[in-house]
Design a protein around this ligand. Structure first.
Ligand code: NDP
Length: 251
């Protein structure tokens, strides 16, 4: 304890928090009153995001490759020296987010292994190295999967496998780390994170009438980390405007 605000408040690690969905999660958790530690491989964008978010609360950046154990270990080990003696929450959001890969005959196994490392093994690595820092051994984990855990486009082997693994790993974590640590998963559908314009049809095809925004994921993360969800663990929540409930057969 160094008298840093990070030790008095609850602290959340948000991987991939430099931009996109992770940035919105970081902002929401700052609004909830937590310290937020953004773990991201993109140092420049991560530092910029942290400087922008500091007006909202106590935010800090750690340069981490979540697919590399030495990097994850070093990131958690440096936290007490930066004033964060304990953490309370981990949000595993970082990922190689482009699902598209090569056809089966051309699969590059090095790339397959990298996607699995960043999108799936990372969840085990953060749990392993966060574990000693959980305040009084208590905490909550939220994993960000994708509706692609149950639906595919062609040639999305590694991404799909990684996101399916994440859903299963969530209940393994919940059963293994409970009762003190809860683990849940969110599977987003289409979340608009970039600048390209959306059409009326993009919105209208969703039963909910709109394409999702990062805040639609952040609000559920907020609830899953709070005591309001204390009886919820090991679950996967699909947040996709109803798309996976829609029949798609051509008539
Ligand atoms: P983005 O690609 O916009 O942002 C992901 C962030 O994670 C980037 O800052 C990226 O850095 C970082 N990152 C990538 N690899 C690593 C790594 N090895 N270590 C640390 N940080 C890393 O993604 P989105 O915001 O769109 O998505 C966030 C999560 O939500 C992903 O897991 C994605 O699969 C999932 N998702 C997104 C959907 C969507 O529609 N947007 C739908 C369903 C799921 P860099 O840019 O340098 O790679």
């Amino acid at each position: 304890m160094n008298g840093h605000p990070g030790d008095e408040k609850k602290a959340a690690v948000v991987s991939g928090g430099a931009r996109g969905i992770g940035r919105a999660i970081a902002r929401r958790l700052l609004e909830d009153g937590y310290s937020v530690l953004i773990f991201d491989i993109d140092r420049k964008t991560g530092m910029k995001t942290v400087s922008e978010l500091q007006s909202e609360g106590d935010a800090a950046f750690c340069h981490v490759d979540v697919g590399d154990e030495e990097s994850v270990k070093a990131a958690f080990e440096q936290l007490p020296g930066r004033g964060y003696g304990h953490i309370d929450f981990v949000v595993n959001n970082a990922g190689i987010s482009d699902p598209h890969g090569d056809p089966i005959g051309k699969i590059d196994i090095a790339m397959w292994n990298r996607v699995l490392a960043v999108n799936l093994t990372s969840v085990v690595l953060t749990a392993k190295h966060a574990y000693p820092l959980f305040r009084r051994g208590r905490g909550a984990i939220v994993n960000i999967s994708s509706t692609r855990f149950l639906q595919s486009e062609k040639n999305t082997f590694a991404y799909t496998a990684s996101k399916g693994g994440m859903v299963s790993l969530t209940h393994a974590l919940a059963v293994s780390l409970g009762p003190n640590i809860r683990a849940n998963c969110i599977s987003p559908g289409w979340i608009h994170t970039h600048d390209e314009p959306l059409s009326a049809e993009d919105h209208a095809q969703h039963p909910a009438g709109l394409v999702g925004e990062p805040r639609d994921i952040a609000s559920l993360v907020s609830w899953l980390l709070s005591d309001e969800s204390r009886f919820v663990t090991g679950q996967n929540f699909i947040v996709d405007g109803g798309m996976t409930r829609k029949m798609i057969y051509v008539e």
